[in-house]
Design a protein around this ligand. Structure first.
Ligand code: DGY
Length: 419
């Protein structure tokens, strides 16, 4: 193993707080939803039992309505804002945040099971299966209320791509006149220039307060949120997750789940197709309050092969965007198009590269037969880590690392995919 493998291994061990792993010390001191899932992939390279454990502890945060929250506040840490006293949710035995995050868990549960399909691992996958069903049913029921299949988020944090330029227009419609006084903590840990601006934080707080005001009731949250945006990344990830859940059901012999999952898949295929933006020639967001579509190409556009969506023409347009962006940026895949006027190479989700997004993009490209572009993404990720270590994210222009350091999911996908 290379010395970077050892560093990655030690990061996972160092961020393990006993059955669950934090993304990084200081900036993110709790268990985060999609972080934990990618962390499980990393643990699976050297300790499969610990990988299962990460997913099992994550689902201890699941609400009775099926929602799996984006943060699990197991013990209070005053170094993070907004903490449990701000969210005011009522989950037991520990509080959580009030909305979800990209549903990658079923994808990795299938991976873990197929890595070693023993009776013991079948039992662990079977125990998680109804929880995954309940979570996917929650998305279908509460985040696609029209039944059209394009999955909407009620907060930029729910997308996991918090500060994307595509949220600018919907966020501009959020009234911040009623927000409570608050003090950010993120900018005490990392440089403010790589984090969201104050105006965006004010809007994040206004949306959070709108959910809290209705007691996080899943129907009322959607009605009351000033922000409701269909997200191609969430839609495509959920579609991919449902395909993996269907395959898992088949290998575990859970026949009764088949029809329901197939129904979700058919609906999500239509929903993903409806997010095709003729003008941008890519899958983009759509503001369900104003009807306005995202104005540029984000990394979500390259998840189409991972989700198994896109016509031959749409996939050709995706490859053309990829080649244009790859020629312009030194490293692939930027979270937003470098040719877009609002592109910022170092600011949170407005340009930087995330290793976990690269992993999903490259996996889809490889599965669809595009070994060349898939390898470009992998090799770029390898160069980024070699240059800047296991940072939270990286500049696509010069590879500078930004955000948190010794970052768990960067280390995990290094072990599972890059090295
Ligand atoms: C943040 O940036 O603190 C968000 O909660 C991330 O999920």
């Amino acid at each position: 193993a290379s010395s970077l493998d050892t560093v990655a291994h030690d990061i996972l061990i160092g961020n393990d707080l006993g059955g669950y792993t934090i993304p990084t010390k200081g900036l993110y001191p709790y268990q985060w939803n999609w972080d934990s899932v990618f962390v499980a992939l990393g643990f699976a390279t050297f300790d499969l039992n610990r990988a299962w454990r990460e997913l099992e502890t994550l689902f201890e945060g699941q609400w009775t309505d099926g929602m799996l929250p984006h943060i699990l506040f197991r013990k209070n840490d005053p170094g993070y804002f907004p903490g449990p006293d701000v969210w005011k949710t009522t989950h037991e035995p520990f509080p959580t945040s009030g909305h979800s995050q990209p549903p990658v868990a079923a994808i990795v549960v299938r991976d873990l099971y197929e890595q070693s399909p023993t009776p013991e691992n079948a039992a662990r996958a079977k125990a998680l299966f109804p929880k995954l069903m309940a979570w996917h049913r929650w998305w279908a029921t509460y985040r696609d209320p029209s039944g059209e299949g394009s999955v909407a988020i009620i907060h930029p944090w729910e997308s996991g791509r918090d500060n994307l330029p595509d949220w600018d227009e919907p966020l501009s419609l959020v009234d911040t006149s009623g927000i409570e006084a608050y003090e950010r903590k993120d900018t005490t840990h990392v440089d403010a220039s790589v984090r969201p601006r104050k105006l965006d934080y004010d809007r994040y707080m206004a949306i959070l307060q709108s959910g809290r005001a209705v007691g996080w009731d899943p129907v009322k949250v959607v009605e009351n949120s000033p922000f409701l945006v269909a997200d191609p990344a969430i839609t495509m990830i959920l579609l991919r997750a449902n395909r993996d859940l269907l395959a898992l059901a088949a290998s575990l012999g859970i026949d009764e789940a088949k029809a329901e999952i197939e129904g979700w898949i058919a609906r999500l295929e239509k929903g993903a197709a409806s997010l095709w933006n003729e003008e941008v020639q890519a899958f983009t967001t759509k503001n369900l309050r104003s009807g306005v579509r995202g104005a540029g190409v984000s990394s979500a556009a390259f998840l189409a092969p991972f989700a198994g969506v896109g016509t031959p023409d749409q996939l050709a347009a995706m490859r053309a965007h990829f080649d244009r962006i790859a020629a312009k940026a030194t490293f692939t895949v930027p979270s937003y198009d470098p040719d877009y006027p609002g592109f910022e190479p170092m600011r949170y989700w407005r340009g930087p590269i995330w290793a976990v997004v690269n992993y999903m993009i490259a996996r889809g490209l490889a599965e669809s037969g595009d070994a060349e572009r898939s390898e470009r993404v992998r090799a770029d990720t390898e160069r980024l880590v070699a240059l800047s270590g296991f940072a939270e994210y990286f500049s696509p222009i010069d590879g500078t690392g930004a955000g948190g350091r010794s970052f768990s999911w960067t280390a995990a996908v290094w072990l599972a995919w890059v090295s």
